[in-house]
Design a protein. Structure first.
Length: 436
């Protein structure tokens, strides 16, 4: 016979002569043992169908019911709904087989709360070998379970705080990089602007000089009719092999194109300063289109080799924001779109407005994002790019920046067809408005 079966109680057996001679003493001992047991454990006795026949005072205290409310009721009155049907099927299969069941049970208290216990259920077996009663002995572990739940909640909160701390550290690192870039850009801009300034000035002066020279040349041409033959012959020799009209037109074009190039360099330097300016850390009212134009100029070299750029800007109000940080979001989305292109396609940048909100959208016709990855794209260090193309921080940082603005990022992607990111931003920062 197994240990479990040994624990079953065979109730019908003959009493020994000694037991018959001292029934009073035996009854007293059993009563004392039952009293001692009641002081320590939670105990119930149920019949073969689970109907409660006895519930001690400790059980009543633990569940909130009186013994009168429990006796005659099926144990299902205490079902908390915590355990699945398979749990009770295993319990009943065990005790009906005459074996002892051990496990953790959660009962529903009368007030609706949960009462947890470490339970042992012992089947009382009759002469036919079948259980006709079940004695359940329990130890209350409700406080332990509550402590465990509180600990899990604290751990979850700690995990969330660690995650947010990691994001804050990443944003701080990125901000420090931007600050360094801003300082570098300011120094480079100063060094570039000086020579660019006098090159632009000199080109303007040169253009004026050329115009003066051609006016003098026109005057000489007008005076040719009064010149003697020898002089005309010398002039014809000097002009031989020269296309005066071509030179007049081409020199003007050269000066104009050179000045346009200098203007382009000046704009690039200004966009770089605007993109990473170190003094743009306070909330300010700004035009998102200005930030987008600066960012598009910065990203131009990456975009022009990957796709055709389409701008579909709608009218936007100024919004209260940190423009430098939003520029970083736009740059991340644009670079991601460019790197998602396996073949020449289109990158479309759209803007729009709805009541109290504006949105900026970057859509590409690239490879798209796999369905299994779409839920992870904003996680730190997660990337689908090849080694060397990305760190996995771009979208995570962008998500944090947009959230800091009280906004959100929506993503819609179809593998093989492309991806669309839409950044929603409130026009005004309500907390700042209330403070003001």
């Amino acid at each position: 016979m197994s240990d479990n079966n040994l624990a079953s109680v065979e109730t019908e057996r003959r009493a020994t002569p000694t037991e018959k001679s001292a029934p009073t003493q035996l009854t007293a001992e059993l009563a004392m043992q039952m009293f001692a047991l009641d002081q320590h454990v939670i105990m119930t006795i149920a019949d073969a169908e689970g109907v409660i026949l006895y519930a001690n005072e400790r059980f009543c205290e633990a569940t909130g019911y009186t013994s009168q409310e429990l006796i005659g009721e099926n144990h299902r009155i205490l079902n908390s709904g915590i355990h699945p049907p398979e749990f009770f099927a295993d319990l009943w299969n065990t005790v009906k087989a005459g074996k002892v069941w051990h496990g953790t049970l959660c009962n529903r208290r009368k007030d609706g709360g949960h009462q947890w216990s470490e339970s042992t259920i012992v089947p009382v077996v009759g002469s036919d070998g079948k259980p006709y009663q079940y004695v359940a002995v329990r130890t209350d572990i409700t406080r332990l379970k509550e402590t465990e739940a509180a600990l899990r909640a604290s751990n979850a909160k700690l995990h969330e705080l660690n995650r947010r701390l990691g994001e804050a550290q990443n944003q701080l690192l990125q901000s420090e990089k931007l600050a360094s870039l801003g300082q570098l850009a300011a120094g480079v801009a100063h060094e570039i602007n000086n020579p660019v300034g006098y090159i632009n000035s000199n080109l303007g002066t040169l253009d004026n000089y050329l115009k003066d020279l051609f006016r003098v040349l026109e005057a000489y041409q007008a005076a040719e009719a009064g010149m003697d033959a020898e002089t005309l012959k010398a002039l014809a020799k000097a002009k031989a092999g020269m296309d005066i009209e071509f030179l007049r037109e081409d020199m003007g074009d050269l000066c104009r194109e050179s000045r346009e190039g200098v203007t382009r360099v000046t704009q690039i330097v200004q966009d770089l300063k605007n993109f990473s300016r170190v003094d743009d850390v306070e909330w300010q009212w700004a035009d998102l289109h200005d930030g987008l134009e600066s960012t598009l100029n910065i990203a131009n070299n990456e975009l022009k080799h990957a796709a055709e750029l389409v701008k579909d800007f709608g009218p936007l109000p100024e919004i209260q924001c940190r423009m430098t940080r939003l520029n970083q979001v736009f740059l991340n989305l644009l670079i991601n779109a460019a790197q998602a292109m396996d073949k020449p396609g289109t990158i479309t940048v759209r803007t729009g407005v709805e009541p109290e909100w504006v949105w900026v959208e970057v859509e590409d016709t690239g490879r798209g994002i796999p369905v299994d990855d779409i839920g992870n794209i904003f996680d730190p260090f997660f990337t689908t790019k090849t080694v060397g193309q990305g760190t996995g921080l771009g979208l995570s940082l962008s998500h944090g920046i947009v959230a800091d603005h009280g906004g959100r990022i929506e993503v819609d992607s179809k593998p093989g067809k492309g991806t669309r990111f839409r950044v929603w931003l409130p026009v005004a920062q309500q907390e700042l408005q209330s403070i003001g």
